[in-house]
Write a new protein. Structure first.
Length: 143
């Protein structure tokens, strides 16, 4: 597994963003070209990975996971990481960026995809929905 991850990092297919505060890491966001993901582990509803992969989005960047230190949740760290991913995707020439929050409105500390409201506040719109996830997309060519 480590060799596989190292290969993905070295070939720029696994990208991540770290957030730090006072020298300590307080957050992480996993994002890369959508085509670099072979599957999307939902962990909560069968078929979500196939649903996401079947949605056509040429040249899309995908934000798949956030991990925020529990002591720093609710302080905008995930939003800052998402906005950084948007800027980086634009800089790298992607025409859109996607996120895949769960299709619910409840707060869940184990919801690693981030809440839907965070994507809406960052300019994403819902383009497709299944019982388990919503595809949120932001077009970058228009920004």
């Amino acid at each position: 597994m480590a060799a596989h991850a190292t290969d993905y990092i070295n070939t720029n297919r696994l990208n991540g963003y770290l957030a730090s505060l006072d020298g300590a890491t307080v957050g992480w966001c996993n994002a890369a070209a959508k085509t670099d993901f072979q599957r999307f582990d939902s962990g909560w509803v069968d078929g979500v990975s196939d649903f996401i992969m079947a949605d056509p989005a040429p040249n899309a960047f995908a934000v798949t996971c956030f991990l925020i230190d529990p002591a720093h949740r609710g302080q905008g760290i995930a939003t800052a990481l998402l906005n950084h991913a948007v800027a980086d995707a634009r800089r790298r020439g992607f025409t859109s960026i996607e996120g895949y929050p769960r299709s619910h409105n409840e707060t869940d500390p184990f919801d690693f995809t981030g809440p839907m409201t965070m994507y809406v506040r960052s300019g994403f719109t819902a383009v497709n929905q299944s019982p388990g996830a919503t595809i949120m997309r932001r077009l970058l060519a228009q920004d």
